[in-house]
Design a binder for this molecule. Structure first.
Ligand code: ADP
Length: 432
């Protein structure tokens, strides 16, 4: 079981792209990081790895399942020797009155025998800030940011002390900015005083990187911290100060990438549509549009897409296969096929293309879309990702071992709203 290497940080992330976002910031902070998809059932080689992020799908599932999955991840991470545990959720505190942030944090604390944790969702460079316990997205309060309309977890209250208090029987406190500006010692004393009063959860303000540095310094010895990926970038420096972590010159260094370059896009976000248009402007003959209505009619379009891609790849040219379409087109397909079936046809087509083309030698793969990424990764049988250099905020290159190939696959998974307009071309330049 033990591969001889103890990790410093073990993180449990409540969704897939959120896990990558945290892993990316840990690398930027100076840790060599591995992301695993679900709790590993086999031995994982953790030599030369400082942090592991376990990606769960526990954000929107029933609370008892989220708790069970998180406890299983905790157990596995403790077996790997993790000195500190990190429960990662979204910087917009995505949850409902039923959970899952409160129930999961309570269960983890209990399992660790710990009496307190902090809640640090802020991610200042992405505009997520907390002041007096109130979460802002840019210049809007959370409940006025668009998040009040979220289909699964509408956030209708920006006061996180109140939000969390509805999810836990334990008392919820606040460490506000007036405390943080007095430094790490004062902040630590404030947390201890709250702990003595029995306050298990402490919502923490943070407006900038400096606040996150103070919080990282004040909480480095806590068994469990919780929050967004912002805190993840501040913690590694504290691990070095504790002597737990060496200075690593290139924590995001991966093996050289090679093989054909393929982009698969199933995201229809505004950002992705602009990235598709940008790629097509640079490579006018480089894209193939998939249409769920055509895919529903049989194998023909799928076969055409494959031929197209094979032709381009054999000429050593990058290729983009996309179902990305504007809202009108998406609506037309959904009206005719149903939302689920339209999405399924696209995910299935892109996944099959990925499997065939990677088998035939594609070595550098970009996938756009959170759901799309999940489908492609699972079709490829990928369970682990070594995290490399950042391409754009929140999106790193990664490398994944493949079940039936010796060389790893270089892979970048982009959730819809991430990445600059030239992402589909620049990502490959970064790699070179
Ligand atoms: P994002 O990260 O932008 O939300 P996702 O991949 O998570 O992207 O979600 C996009 C969903 O839309 C996927 O289920 C995908 O299969 C579906 N989809 C993509 N293209 C089309 C289309 N042309 N018509 C209908 N649904 C589509």
């Amino acid at each position: 079981m033990d591969m001889g290497a103890n990790i410093v940080l073990g993180a449990i992330a409540d969704d897939f792209t959120g896990a990558t976002d945290l892993a990316n910031n840990l690398v930027r902070g100076g840790m060599r990081c591995l992301q695993v998809i679900g709790v590993p059932s086999e031995e994982v080689d953790l030599n030369n790895i400082d942090a592991v992020v376990v990606a769960l799908k526990s954000r929107s599932c029933p609370a008892d399942k989220a708790v069970a999955d998180s406890l299983a991840a905790l157990e596995w991470l403790r077996q790997q020797g993790a000195r500190q545990l990190f429960f990662k959720y979204c910087s917009t505190f995505d949850s409902t009155d039923q959970g899952n942030i409160g129930p999961v944090a309570d269960a983890l604390l209990e399992a660790l025998g710990a009496n307190q944790t902090v809640m640090v969702p802020a991610f200042p460079i992405n505009g997520r800030m907390v002041y007096q316990g109130h979460l802002f997205v840019g210049d809007r309060l959370l409940n006025d940011s668009g998040m009040q309309h979220h289909p699964l977890n509408p956030m209708q209250d920006a006061d996180l002390v109140r939000v969390l208090a509805r999810q836990t029987p334990h008392s919820v406190g606040l460490a506000n900015r007036a405390v943080l500006t007095q430094g790490a010692d004062v902040t630590r004393a404030h947390l201890s005083a709250l702990a003595e009063q029995g306050t298990r959860h402490v919502i923490c303000d943070s407006l900038d990187e400096q606040d996150l540095d103070v919080l990282a310094q004040a909480t480095v010895l806590m068994p469990l911290v919780t929050g967004g990926s912002g805190l993840g970038q501040a913690l590694p420096a504290q691990y070095r100060a504790q002597g737990w972590l060496d200075t690593i010159s290139e924590p995001g260094r991966l093996l050289p990438a090679f093989g054909g370059a393929l982009v698969l896009s199933g995201s229809c976000s505004r950002t992705t549509l602009a990235q598709v248009a940008d790629f097509l402007a640079k490579h006018p003959d480089g894209g193939f549009a998939l249409d769920p209505l055509a895919l529903a009619e049989g194998e023909q379009q799928q076969q055409q897409a494959l031929n197209f891609a094979q032709q381009r790849l054999s000429n050593n040219e990058p290729v983009l296969m996309y179902a990305s379409a504007d809202p009108d087109k998406v609506k037309t397909a959904q009206a005719s096929l149903g939302v689920k079936r339209a999405g399924y046809l696209v995910e299935e087509a892109l996944s099959q293309l990925a499997v065939t083309l990677v088998n035939e030698g594609v070595g550098r793969l970009l996938v756009a879309g959170g759901e799309t990424s999940g489908a492609v990764v699972s079709a490829l049988g990928i369970t682990r990702l070594r995290i490399g250099e950042q391409i754009d905020p929140g999106v790193p290159w990664t490398q994944a071992p493949l079940p039936n190939r010796e060389a790893p696959l270089s892979l970048a998974l982009k959730s819809g709203n991430f990445g600059g307009v030239d992402f589909f071309t620049r990502a490959f330049e970064v790699l070179a």
